[in-house]
Design a protein around this ligand. Structure first.
Ligand code: ATP
Ligand code: MG
Length: 414
């Protein structure tokens, strides 16, 4: 038998109810903040991600699903959402007229990673991007919106971590120091860090090896290298977060290892996720639009993984599905039943029944299994009198009624 690919999953029943709940929460919260939905294609030119995510990153260097299309173009299944949304913004030329655009998106992402709990090869993200604004108040609002989204989706005990990467001159002074620090203890670091620190020293701080993290505990911190402008921006961010009542902690080692990130970076974490503790991650990327489109335009965004949210969510929030009214009929009343079912549905009633000619007993059993509150029995007498027997499964009471009365009774009950 052919099975689903490694690291991917069919999703139905409970998984879908959770996913829909997460997406509904996102839509409700984001629209309150004036964000509109955008849909971009799942595949893009490979170069978009090479430039927009960065060739140095694990995502681009190791994790991409890349292939040639029939015309020999290199195509990649998106590993993240920001690059495509930025491309759409640039392509539409929106920066010319009214540059402030606030978008949210959701959908599948693809990364060729080692699958484990909370880490898959096909996973889903909900994300937001805001273009055309550089103001710490916007950053604070977006962090607040991320918290509100996760809270609405039923997640508790989250920690918001923030940091500032400063502007590029602050970062340059810092990375020079960091490089020196790394070189002094190179023999104690993992192979990955030994090479990546040369091209992108910041990135080593994000290493998942505990031994490396032990070393980085005493590394110089970016905060001490922020210039006047950057530290004012950061102080204002904190002020606005307090104003918006966002509880945060400062994590001086929090980085996004890409050059185009600047100033604000943040992550929302949960203690209940084991190794995959980050649920939502984001930051300000004031250089990204320049890299992708030669346009100087600030931007900020975040992305959250829905599978990790689903692992954390409070399931009691999921609404009980409305149980269908179950219609039981007989071979002689099949056509009568079909007509009644049609009328019930026209009146907004959720109806289920069996297609096969099952016995009365097995139809009643199915109704019980579905946990239906009402069963409508359509026998020959009912057909002749143009009525129906309505049985309340909870109380056991049953009554023969006109169809209009049945509709009234069922609809009056919800
Ligand atoms: P990690 O450090 O966990 O690998 P990341 O830095 O690669 O995360 P981002 O690219 O910032 O993650 O993506 C944002 C969010 O998307 C993550 O916080 C997580 O919730 C989710 N995510 C990322 N990769 C995966 C994956 N392979 N499977 C499930 N969710 C994922
Ligand atoms: Mg990753």
């Amino acid at each position: 038998m052919i099975k689903v690919l490694k690291g991917m999953k069919d999703r139905y029943f409970e998984d879908i109810r959770k996913y829909d709940y997460i997406i509904d929460s996102a839509k409700n919260v984001f629209s309150k903040y004036g964000f509109e939905k955008i849909i971009t294609p799942i595949v893009e030119e490979t170069e978009l991600f090479e430039r927009g995510v960065g060739e140095e990153t694990d995502v681009v260097s190791k994790e991409m699903y890349t292939f040639l299309d029939k015309a020999g173009r290199s195509i990649t299944m998106r590993p993240e959402g920001t690059a495509g949304v930025v491309r759409a913004y640039l392509q539409a030329g929106l920066y010319k007229s009214d540059p402030l655009v606030k978008w949210f998106y959701y959908g599948p992402m693809y990364r060729y990673e080692a699958p484990q709990k909370g880490r898959y090869r096909e996973f889903h993200q909900v994300g937001v991007e805001a273009f055309g604004v550089r103001d710490p108040f916007a950053d604070a609002e977006i962090i607040k919106m991320g918290c509100e989204f996760l809270e609405t989706a039923g997640i508790k005990n989250l920690t918001v971590e923030i940091n500032s990467l400063g502007n590029s001159s602050s970062r340059q002074r810092y990375t020079a120091e960091l490089k020196k620090f790394i070189e002094e203890r190179l023999d104690k670091l993992c192979d990955n860090c030994k090479t990546r620190y040369k091209k992108n020293p910041l990135r080593v701080l994000d290493c998942k090896s505990e031994a490396c993290q032990e070393q980085y505990k005493n590394a110089p911190v970016l905060k001490d290298y922020l210039d006047e402008e950057s530290s004012t921006y950061y102080e204002e961010l904190k002020k606005y977060l307090e104003l918006l009542e966002v509880n945060y902690v400062e994590n001086y080692r929090l980085v996004r290892g890409l050059d185009y990130y600047s100033d604000t970076v943040f992550e929302i974490k949960s203690e209940n996720l084991g190794a995959q503790s980050t649920v939502l991650a984001g930051g300000r990327y004031d250089k990204l639009l320049e890299i992708l489109g030669d346009i100087q335009m600030p931007g900020i965004g975040f992305a959250a993984g829905t599978e990790r949210i689903a692992l954390l969510m409070d399931e009691s929030l999921l609404k009980e599905e409305e149980k269908p009214v179950y219609v039981v009929y007989f071979p002689e009343t099949k056509e009568y039943a079909l007509n009644i079912i049609k009328i019930l549905r026209e009146n907004g009633i959720k109806v289920d029944f069996d297609y096969g000619m099952k016995s009365f007993k097995s139809q009643m059993k199915k109704a019980g299994k579905l946990n239906s509150k009402y069963v409508i029995i359509l026998g020959e007498d009912e057909k002749n009198e143009n009525k129906a027997v309505l049985k309340n499964f909870d109380t056991g009471e049953q009554e023969k009624l006109e169809i209009e009365k049945v509709i009234e009774r069922v609809n009056g009950d919800v």
